[in-house]
Design a protein around this ligand. Sequence first.
Ligand code: PLP
Length: 225
Amino acid sequence: MSIEENIKNIKSSIPSNVTLIAVSKTKPEEDLIAAYNCGQRAFGENKAQEMKRKHENLPEDIQWHFIGHLQENKIKYIISYVTLIHSVDSLKLLKEINKYALKNNRKVDCLFEIDISKEESKFGLTYKEVCGILDSEDYKQLDNIRICGVMGIGSITDDREQTRKEFKELRDIFIDLKNKYFANEEHFKEISMGMTHDYEMAIEEGATIIRIGSKIFGARDYSKQ
Ligand SMILES: *Cc1c(COP(=O)(O)O)cnc(C)c1O
């Protein structure tokens, strides 16, 4: 099926209040254009330089979501236009994002990446670590970032109940953070979870943003990188 049909099928099967991010990492610009031409505006990338190149070459009104591990020395490639950074996993990174955001005279929306899968290779924070950041004096000085919610990546597993447990955990963490720190802040509302193989379950468990790559663009070929 074509990119257009894939997007149409996904969009017609999800609630209208769930944001679909088309994860276009490794894909050529013509694939993004095909998605853009059928109305898709939110795209996800996990490499800062790749996102910069695509941002420069593609239409202005695309919303760029950064979903990968962000190195501090790469913030400069995305800070002036990024819509949402999904993958904040330390206070140090948050402080650097704030510094560059200030230089660019903007406020940048961010999510805390939560380690729900407990796989060794994955990044992310525990609930306690997030509380540690939000309670710190350093955090209170950060006027150029805005925390809008949480993001998580489920385990790579065929065990559906394991994945469901992880999504429930992320939602519980979201609710606890909301109650403890953001009760009066309307913008703290996002739960970014669910990919090609588990997005339907993620929506059942409360996802507000889903990140879908292969189901839209086909399998990725990393050998061409
Ligand atoms: C690659 C990636 C996705 C999309 O994965 P698919 O399985 O192709 O849908 C979603 N989220 C993150 C963080 C990713 O790195």
